[in-house]
Write a protein that binds this ligand. Structure first.
Ligand code: 3UK
Length: 516
């Protein structure tokens, strides 16, 4: 489909004010424990905050506004206020601390901040050492000089800034499992483009749906799944400040959620509550952030009767670009390009490889990578194609199968081994709760497959277990893929977005061996 947008476009007008203008202002937009806001409520709050930003905090279009809160309704109101005022939202994960925040403020040249009072300590320390960050307001606190006090003095109506469709409105920081953080720029039209692609063609939600999930709104997976997509169809979203398996389960039950967004790890943990979930109206389950192993897909289907929808997206592309609907699920495959996007697998020179061959994933579509002043732009975008850093193969039917991050392919004694293949095999063993596989340096073989395993309660982490797991992998996948080393750990290192940090396992491996 060809996407056309008018030259002037403000995504707040389209996603929020449109519902009020069309007479749907009384529909419930956001729910949270003990709270329900209609579209009209959210619009009014966003209008008042926009006035505070412009009138009290001196915001001008193009200023970067740091947003900081757990997933809650005020964060959404602040996000739309920034859009309305023509600012650029720089949302930050609640888990980040002073050092990371300071580097984001620096890279994004942040001048304004709206922050949840619960996260004020770190924010104050960052503001003290950042001379350019002049205006900070706190919300959800008990102080009577917080953002809410200013909002009461502000008008309930706001004239949205007449932004150009290609004005930047989001600076999304990559969750980055390694390296210095990069900011990705997205325009108002990019926000509308992702709403017109994956949800319209794959998820197909309706105004009666109730969305719920775990990804932080500072992660574009969460922003899309829990704000943009529900609002693009006039549906309701449930925001949970803490969204572990238990809170998700309760949230789905209490709010009657119908669409769930979370990551594979969370599906594995939630599967234990399949019986309870079968009694809820839950009907669609979206997995992204990491590959969904075939074994996890199977586990979830058996537990709940629901076929999960996998989708690969990235901060650079803003949202999901390869996925499948329930009728086209293939175990072990991410799916086919989302209508609007093209994808192919290329070699090191950028030449397309034949079906069945592992290579680098290249995608293009209405959204794409624009790093803010970063040399890595030339690595991600080559000849108009976005190279996501993932190794994939396309089968004869055009389905894309995830292999590994390009730099996570293991080469052992000449064999190419994709770590996720071994992880999927290990995860099918009943004693394994979570696992991660890396290529550990080895004199003889170059690399050996090494597995870090978290056992389920009641299993002994001993040599017999290690051998049992090795035998199990040999019997499940090609025997040369079996982990020659197995190490038992209590938990796996993950980023704020729940991604496995394989580089930390490499570090752990070095320390354990006394190297470095
Ligand atoms: C990996 C996947 C296999 C892959 C994201 C949906 O994850 C998101 O963005 P990030 O920038 O990371 C991007 C990288 O994560 N990945 C994500 N989803 C999958 N690998 N199967 C998947 N389904 O390496 C990709 O390059 O943190 C996901 C929507 C918006 C997002 N920002």
């Amino acid at each position: 489909p060809e996407l056309r947008f008018p030259a002037q476009l403000n995504c707040a007008t389209e996603l929020l004010d449109r519902h009020v203008a069309q007479g749907n202002g009384e529909r419930v937009c956001i729910r949270a424990p003990g709270l329900a806001w209609t579209y009209a409520d959210l619009a009014e709050k966003a209008n008042r905050i926009a006035h505070v930003l412009v009138r009290d905090m001196g915001l001008v279009p193009g200023n970067r506004v740091l947003l900081r809160a757990p997933n809650n309704p005020m964060l959404v109101a602040c996000w739309f206020a920034v859009m309305k005022a023509g600012g650029i939202a720089v949302a930050t994960m609640p888990l980040l601390r002073v050092k990371e925040l300071a580097s984001i403020v620096d890279i994004a040249e942040v001048t304004h901040a709206l922050c949840d009072a619960a996260l004020a300590d770190d924010m104050k320390r960052v503001a003290e050492q950042a001379p350019g960050l002049r205006h900070v307001r706190y919300f959800n606190g008990t102080d009577d000089d917080g953002l809410e006090a200013d909002m009461r003095q502000a008008p309930a109506q706001f004239d949205n800034v007449d932004t150009a469709a290609d004005d930047t409105c989001i600076l999304g920081f990559t969750s980055g499992t390694t390296g210095v953080p990069k900011a990705t720029m997205h325009f108002h039209r990019d926000v509308m483009a992702v709403c017109a692609c994956w949800p319209a063609h794959v998820l197909k939600p309706n105004a009666q749906d109730v969305f719920i999930g775990s990804p932080p709104l500072a992660f574009t997976f969460g922003l899309g799944g829990l704000v943009l997509f529900p609002m693009s169809v006039g549906a309701c979203t449930v925001l949970l400040e803490k969204a572990g398996p238990q809170q998700l389960l309760e949230g789905i039950r209490d709010f009657g959620a119908t669409i769930l967004f979370t990551a594979p790890t969370s599906y594995r943990a939630l599967a234990a509550h399949g019986q309870a979930l079968r009694g809820t109206p839950l009907r669609k389950c979206v997995s992204a952030g990491e590959a969904l192993p075939a074994s996890t897909r199977q586990l979830w289907k058996e537990a709940t009767g629901i076929e999960p929808i996998d989708g690969i997206g990235s901060t650079e592309m803003l949202h999901i670009f390869i996925s499948h609907d329930e009728a086209h699920a293939r175990p072990g495959a991410t799916g086919t390009p989302v209508p609007g996007y093209r994808a192919r697998v290329v070699d090191a020179q950028g030449v397309e490889v034949p079906p069945g061959t592992v290579g680098r994933l290249a995608v293009q579509g209405p959204t794409g990578c624009r790093y803010l002043a970063d040399a890595r732009q030339r690595e991600y975008v080559q000849a108009g194609w976005n190279l996501t850093g993932d190794a994939y193969l396309m089968d004869a039917d055009g389905y894309f199968h995830y292999q590994a991050r390009t730099d996570d392919m293991i080469v052992s004694a000449g064999y190419n081994i994709a770590a996720p293949d071994v992880e999927d095999a290990l995860m099918q063993h009943p004693a394994v709760a979570e696992c991660a596989v890396i290529g550990a340096p080895d004199e003889q073989r170059g690399q050996i497959v090494k597995a870090f395993v978290v056992l389920r309660p009641g299993h002994a982490a001993d040599g017999a277990m290690a051998e049992a797991l090795q035998r199990f992998v040999k019997a499940t996948v090609a025997p040369y893929k079996y982990p020659r080393a197995v190490r038992f750990v209590d938990s796996l290192p993950r980023t704020a977005t729940g991604k496995l940090q394989r580089f930390r396992l490499h570090e752990l491996d070095h320390v354990a061996l006394g190297r470095r």
